[in-house]
Design a protein. Structure first.
Length: 493
């Protein structure tokens, strides 16, 4: 009997010690990664074993980033959408193997075979042949417009032969949920998931969350390593089922415990066992270039994707995880169901990959009682090298710039309206002796001459990357089109 009580005390001591170690680790790492604020929650064996907030919601202001502060779930929303579809599967309203063309005929793809064979499950696995079409929703196009234009997108690879992560098929999944249930995805997920789980401070969109007292402000680190607040742009609303949920550490712990307990809440299963298991089954192989750079250090033996989950092996366990990233904010969730373990991290700085370090550190501490690995230092060095390599390539391109060239035509000759059949309209304006490239949704690039008929474009949203814009002339010597980031916009007559 004495040994039994000593065992319990030892376990409690270990958990408390892990919490102290983890908290100190986070506090030190936040400074290294220049992240203004984070919230972290860890669950183990059906209980919250650690939860805290750090830093501030916005630099220069005193409001603390707490476990009640709302932040962006972004693409960690995808697993929630998969659960919603699973509920409809359990009700017999749809099957994973149903053809999307039978349920949602509005969707047509460029590849007729893919259009006819695309199943409901394919919407969740990123292997339909579709490339990254995010520019469609960044430009503010409506959901209906995006669906209509997807038929014009050339496949990036043949149907189910590879993997490219993208958001548009998850948007379609939300449309299918509405079609089958008769309720918009935003209503369905709130009524069928958030409310039963008691997630009273979790919302399907930013607009629905605005009355909450504490929200993050996004931040971006500029080239001089200075971190500044940036405005939140609510452009994900038209692909909401791919990434529009807002939540907090207090609430998201309930989501993790629900998923670790076979989709059970208050003793009631919201999914049948076979449907729950389907979510975590490997559905598609993930290519090296589509997985996270962290693989260079964690060295997984396999990399797959489930229904809303990236998957890898870690210390002989199957790790289900996913990041979420929108301008100026991040999230990450990691679950090891066999260990009854979960960790979720919110952060308010663009692509602060400290999130990966804190996920693996939590796993080490609470699953393996291991405090030997400094993931923060390793990942910081990794991502610094990636950044330095990208800067080196940029400098190499700069070195190849041809000096003392001038555009083929007077600057005003490049003015006009342009169109891309997939992405829509654009306009070149000659203003104050320079060119402006204007897109919908208030996106503008200021163009400066690079060489010949190529210009370097810098966005009005200063945290966007730079883009090169190359003009072409027709046989009459007039501007016929421009190309930017692989997209060709033809000039209107």
């Amino acid at each position: 009997m004495l040994c039994f009580f000593l065992s319990i005390d030892s376990s409690l001591f270990s958990q408390k010690n892990n919490s102290v170690v983890y908290e100190r680790y986070i506090q030190n790492a936040l400074q290294v990664w220049k992240t203004p604020g984070m919230s972290v929650v860890v669950v183990k064996d059906g209980k919250v074993v650690y939860k805290n907030g750090f830093g501030v919601t916005e630099l220069g202001k005193p409001n603390p980033f707490t476990t009640a502060t709302l932040s962006i779930c972004a693409s960690t929303t995808k697993a929630m959408t998969a659960v919603c579809m699973g509920m409809l599967v359990d009700e017999g309203k749809i099957k994973w193997t149903d053809k999307v063309s039978d349920v949602y005929p509005e969707l047509k793809l460029f590849d007729n075979y893919a259009s006819s064979e695309l199943t409901v499950k394919d919407l969740f696995t990123h292997n339909t042949g579709l490339g990254n079409g995010d520019w469609l929703w960044v430009l503010g196009n409506s959901t209906d417009t995006i669906v209509n234009r997807m038929r014009l997108m050339n496949p990036a690879y043949s149907f189910r032969s590879s993997f490219i992560y993208q958001n548009l098929m998850y948007m379609v999944a939300g449309q299918v949920i509405q079609k089958v249930s008769g309720k918009p995805w935003t209503n369905f997920i709130k009524e069928r998931l958030f409310t039963p789980l008691g997630m009273q401070h979790t919302y399907p969109s930013y607009q629905l969350s605005i009355n909450e007292p504490s929200h993050i402000t996004p931040h971006f680190m500029y080239e001089d390593s200075v971190v500044k607040p940036i405005p939140y742009i609510d452009d994900v609303k038209n692909v909401s089922s791919a990434g529009s949920v807002w939540s907090c550490a207090d609430d998201i712990s309930k989501w993790m415990m629900f998923m670790l307990d076979s989709a059970t809440v208050n003793g009631k299963k919201l999914l049948k066992p076979e449907t729950y298991n389907e979510l975590f089954k490997p559905q598609a192989m993930v290519t090296d270039d589509q997985f996270y750079p962290t693989q260079q250090i964690t060295k997984p033996h396999w990399k797959t994707y489930g229904l809303g989950w990236f998957q890898e092996d870690y210390h002989g366990n199957m790790l289900q995880f996913h990041t979420g990233s929108l301008d100026g904010a991040v999230a990450i969730i990691g679950l090891i169901p066999d260990q009854h373990f979960g960790v979720y991290i919110f952060g308010n700085r663009d692509h602060t990959e400290l999130r990966h370090a804190l996920m693996y550190k939590a796993i080490d501490l609470w699953c393996f009682n291991d405090n030997t690995h400094d993931w923060s230092s390793d990942f910081f060095a990794l991502y610094k090298k990636l950044k330095d390599d990208a800067k080196k390539k940029e400098n190499e391109k700069e070195a190849k710039r041809v000096s003392n060239t001038i555009p083929s035509l007077e600057m005003s000759a490049y003015e006009g309206k342009y169109n891309n059949e997939i992405f829509g309209n654009a306009e070149i304006v000659f203003h104050n002796d320079s060119l402006l490239l204007k897109y919908p949704n208030n996106i503008t690039l200021h163009l400066t001459h690079w060489h010949y008929d190529t210009f370097l474009g810098k966005y009005n949203y200063t945290w966007f990357d730079k883009s090169f814009v190359q003009f072409s002339l027709n046989d009459l010597g007039k501007v016929s089109q421009f190309e930017m980031d692989g997209m060709v916009y033809k000039k209107k007559e």
